[in-house]
Design a protein around this ligand. Structure first.
Ligand code: PAF
Length: 295
């Protein structure tokens, strides 16, 4: 069966209102398209918890701080629609930019706290753009549940905080990062890597997991992170924007491993910026994540 493509918010609202009258539970999976297995795993998780699943496809200009990056973002709506049909999503909501941000649009949702530092420091305005569009998508879809990948871990925190602060009645569910068999986190940006860069890219999760293992075995945080940054550069990355240890539940910086934590990284490989993160828990948990990726 084909997935229904809806572009007009009034049409979406009337479908959703009918579903709600029938007592159905509705989930939304916000995306910018160029769908890969990571997105499809979110759709499957959504289908397991909800009766109807809306996938949104909108390449949001407000979250790009670089016009070339926005222009280069892959746009593959037909292929995306076919993939969504194959997994059983119900609606692909793909609004036009002129409808999302009509002439005179003047509102910005800005979430301080979880947006500070990490990607927030290197992509000024990015999380305002994300928070603004996600707020609109939640209000437009009226969904009961929303699914996000943990690959964008800081984004997940920003979204959780805005929903809490603005009392938006939607449950946010984070799903584990889906990895290629060599460990590279799936991302629409991976298609921009040259074949030589693609061979180098898995070094990033390899170093990340090794560093997490060292931290869980009690090695000093500052020195271990310094050595990991050096290892990323030595592997062929041109720049490490950040490699930081943060608390898992509120993203505050931590200098010693005294609570469940996340190790988060952003690094450039040629013209491509890659991000990744890993839980810093027991060594057994790290083994389990890697085995799942290789399966
Ligand atoms: O993660 C993404 O693809 C985007 O940031 C999102 C959440 C769809 C908002 O544009």
């Amino acid at each position: 069966m084909n997935v229904a493509i809806v572009r007009i918010v009034a049409e979406l609202r009337s479908i959703v209102a009918a579903w709600h009258r029938e007592g159905l539970k509705i989930a939304v999976v916000p995306t910018m398209g160029a769908l890969h297995e990571g997105h499809l795993s979110l759709v499957s998780a959504a289908l397991a918890k909800a009766d109807r699943v809306i996938v949104t496809l909108f390449v949001n200009p407000k979250q790009f701080n670089n016009a070339e990056d926005l222009a280069a973002y892959p746009r593959t709506e037909q292929e995306d629609a076919a993939k969504l049909a194959s997994v059983g999503a119900h609606i692909l909501y793909a609004p036009d930019a002129a409808d999302m941000y009509p002439q005179g649009f003047a509102t910005k949702v800005s979430v301080s706290g979880p947006s500070d530092g990490l990607c927030g420091a290197f992509r000024p305005g990015h999380f305002d753009g994300v928070a603004t569009v996600v707020t609109k998508l939640f209000l437009q879809t009226g969904a009961d549940l929303a699914f996000f990948g943990e690959k964008d871990f800081q984004q997940l925190h920003v979204v959780r905080r805005l929903v809490r602060d603005l009392d938006i009645p939607i449950e946010i569910i984070g799903n584990p990062t889906v990895r290629e068999s060599d460990g590279l986190a799936m991302s629409s940006r991976n298609t921009r890597l040259s074949s030589a860069e693609r061979r180098t890219a898995p070094k990033l999760p390899e170093i990340l997991f090794k560093t997490a293992r060292r931290l869980t075995s009690g090695e000093l945080v500052e020195r271990t992170l310094r050595e990991a940054r050096q290892a990323i550069l030595a592997a062929g990355f041109s720049k490490v924007e950040y490699l930081e240890l943060r608390a898992d539940d509120d993203l505050v910086s931590i200098a010693t491993l005294n609570r469940p934590a996340r190790l988060l990284v952003a690094a450039w490989l040629g013209q491509t910026r890659l991000i990744d993160n890993v839980e810093v828990r027991s060594p057994q948990r790290l083994d389990q994540i890697l085995k799942q990726a290789a399966a």
